[in-house]
Write a protein that binds this ligand. Structure first.
Ligand SMILES: [Cu+2]
Length: 675
């Protein structure tokens, strides 16, 4: 537990979130148990407090040590297995991109096969059963250009698990049923079976995306890959027969605009050595007390290095490799690079820094340009939370010998680590070699993070051209509250809530929501329905939790108009409550005038994204154009919180609550999901 701060966690239940759908018997029982306790004199109750605090501390230590030392006692001193003695050694694996093959051609149809299987591998030296897609972990990088059509056959070769695939950040316009959310837009793909994902990338969408499982917790064990949509560098003209022709136009290419050579994809995330299902069942147990499981390692493009001697006795691992021999990243040293960075992790945010190079952020999430950054020498950027992406330009620094080896450091944000994991090295440096011939990886210097050289991406607004599209006022406002709660009614198992509802895939009737009228949805589907017409919507999300959450909305980008973290109280914002409005927006001098033309938010700092980190005891105001018909999940991208039900539905452009978006999805008995 050395060096790890143990934070106090309050477990009080806010009044805003009452327990959901309990019946009268439960209500009566609760009252009967509560009354004798309340009859005790106030002084007795107060004198009991120190004892309760000490008891709590002991319980905390007991469960923490149980978690770390006693639970998995399979093999104390395992010998390295023969299987997969090779450790992945190049973090370029799948990383080098091919913009020239996509940016200059006309839009086309790509037909792809993704075969999903599992196998034992050693991503960081520790043997683990991981998901492979076409024999690769991470899966093959899919590259396309805006306007391309995909026909992707996903085949499930996993013996005992259903799978699905979600295309994170893509608009999926007119293709809601291809979104990959189990229980929302499809049933799981059963073992041995396949599913065709057919969709077209919107002509105006390009950038860094990724695909990942949206079933169970499989993303944690590696069921993901990169998906890059290159921006077309072509112009349209008519040929002599009057047909539209696309012609190469180098001036339009991002490469000319930002003056870089190659593009590299970096899928960076935390990594767990135990199977994700074991980790999830530990978290979704009363004894976890809602403390999120802390990861063991860090992977960059599926490669990392674990210090085998750091493994805990209670959690033995089959581990090989030398922790000083980190997998290198090889750059050519001469030119600039575009790095497309994705946080593929399950819990922790990441900060990425370079020892000898300068970097500049150019886009956030799905290729959305940010305000031009100054030319000041910056060397780190973050925090990038799970699901989020950032594109940065990496340049050699003038005066430095650009051919000398350097380091790229990944640092996990530890603010969600409420219990310790002594095995984890939360700050890891990977060598950056400027020639594949460099073999001495120990000669590189380590550097400490330097605040003056850090780009806080949460303070970077979108480019003015992007912000210019924000309407001054939304037509609808919806207000929701979210929190992880441990309720006795739910066996004290941590559950994520939106208002009074914890999410579970639709099960009764067992068809995806897209195939059912809203009135047939079960009572785990808290829904914001935006009505039949396209409208601008403000979604105010109050986070009552002690921890922050990275929320992702499927099928849409949203403008983040306000983000707030409170130092006292719940930090909640209610746009209809004058007191709340004036507390947060005192400059809004016309709160009583319901007809005023603009909302009080500062649009000059707004940023367009598809995943937002909403601070603890705080809120976010998200404005989006609800014009993409379908049922879309809005959920926390921390895998453990989603597994605990931290999700809700945004139903866009449904005619009414009696009409399904895709009635064919529930047309026959055979289409029933096996939930
Ligand atoms: Cu969360």
């Amino acid at each position: 537990m050395e060096g790890k701060e143990i934070r106090q966690r309050h477990v009080s239940v806010p009044l805003d979130i009452a327990e959901p759908e309990r019946d009268e018997t439960q209500r009566t029982n609760k009252r009967r148990f509560a009354l004798p306790f309340l009859l005790l004199p106030r002084s007795v109750l107060l004198s009991l407090l120190p004892f309760l605090a000490i008891l709590g501390l002991f319980a905390r230590l007991f469960f923490t040590s149980t978690e770390l030392l006693l639970l998995p006692v399979a093999r104390r001193h395992p010998e390295p297995s023969e299987a997969w003695l090779d450790i992945d050694n190049r973090i370029q694996q799948n990383g080098l991109l091919h913009p020239e093959e996509h940016a200059y051609r006309a839009a086309t149809t790509q037909t792809l096969d993704l075969r999903v299987a599992t196998e034992q591998r050693r991503p960081d030296g520790v043997l683990k059963k991981v998901f492979l897609i076409n024999d690769l972990f991470p899966g093959p990088t899919i590259e396309a250009r805006s306007g391309d059509t995909f026909n992707i056959l996903v085949h499930n070769d996993v013996k005992d698990e259903e799978i699905s695939m979600h295309w994170h950040g893509l608009e999926m316009r007119d293709a809601n049923s291809m979104d990959g959310s189990i229980g929302v837009t499809q049933c799981g793909i059963p073992p041995g079976q396949s599913f065709w994902y057919n969709f077209t990338i919107s002509p105006d969408q390009s950038g860094t995306f990724w695909y990942h499982a949206h079933s169970s917790v499989q993303r944690v064990d590696g069921l993901y890959g990169g998906l890059i949509v290159h921006k077309p560098a072509t112009t349209l003209s008519l040929d002599r027969f009057g047909r539209t022709k696309e012609q190469r136009n180098d001036a339009l290419a991002d490469r000319s605009k930002y003056n870089y050579g190659e593009e590299l994809l970096l899928l960076i995330g935390d990594w767990y050595h135990r199977p994700a299902r074991d980790v999830a069942s530990w978290y979704l147990w009363w004894g976890s007390m809602g403390f999120e499981p802390v990861p063991d390692s860090i992977l960059v493009n599926g490669a990392g290095r674990f210090n085998c001697s750091m493994a805990m006795p209670g959690r033995p691992v089959d581990c090989i490799g030398d922790a000083n021999d980190m997998p290198p990243m090889v750059l050519n040293g001469k030119g600039s690079y575009r790095l497309r960075i994705v946080n593929t992790g399950s819990l922790a945010g990441i900060t990425v820094s370079f020892a000898k190079e300068a970097l500049k952020v150019i886009t956030l999430d799905g290729g959305i340009p940010v305000e031009t950054q100054s030319d000041e020498h910056k060397s780190s950027a973050g925090i990038l939370f799970p699901g989020q992406r950032m594109d940065v330009i990496l340049r050699p620094v003038k005066g430095e010998n650009s051919m000398e080896p350097s380091l790229v450091t990944v640092e996990l944000d530890e603010s969600d680590f409420k219990i310790g994991n002594p095995s984890l090295q939360p700050r890891q440096s990977f060598p950056v070699l400027k020639s594949p011939k460099h073999v001495d990886r120990t000669s590189v210097v380590t550097t400490d993070s330097d605040n003056d050289r850090h780009i806080n991406i949460e303070k970077v607004p979108s480019a003015s051209s992007v912000r210019a599209m924000i309407p001054p006022k939304a037509q609808q406002t919806h207000l929701v509250y979210t929190k992880v709660e441990k309720l006795s009614r739910l066996a004290n198992i941590p559950h994520g809530f939106f208002n009074r509802t914890t999410w579970k895939a639709q099960s009764d009737p067992p068809y995806p929501l897209a195939g059912l009228a809203r009135k047939q949805w079960d009572n785990h589907q808290l829904t914001v329905a935006t009505g039949p017409e396209p409208v601008w919507v403000d979604l105010v999300v109050n986070n009552l939790d002690e921890g922050a959450h990275p929320f992702h909305l499927h099928g849409h980008n949203f403008y983040i108009l306000a983000l707030h973290e409170s130092t006292y109280g719940w930090g909640s914002y209610n746009p209809w409550d004058e007191k709340s409005r004036l507390a947060f927006f005192p400059t809004d001098n016309n709160p009583k005038d319901n007809n005023h033309n603009a909302d009080p938010y500062d649009l000059s700092q707004a940023v367009l994204r598809d995943t937002v980190q909403i601070p603890r005891r705080g809120y976010a105001v998200l404005r989006f154009r609800a014009d993409n018909a379908g049922v879309w999940l809005f959920h926390c991208h921390v895998m453990w919180h989603l597994a605990g039900g931290m999700a809700m539905i945004v139903d866009v452009m449904s005619a009414d609550d009696s009409t399904a978006h895709q009635p064919w999805l529930s047309a026959t008995e055979e289409l029933k999901c096996s939930v």
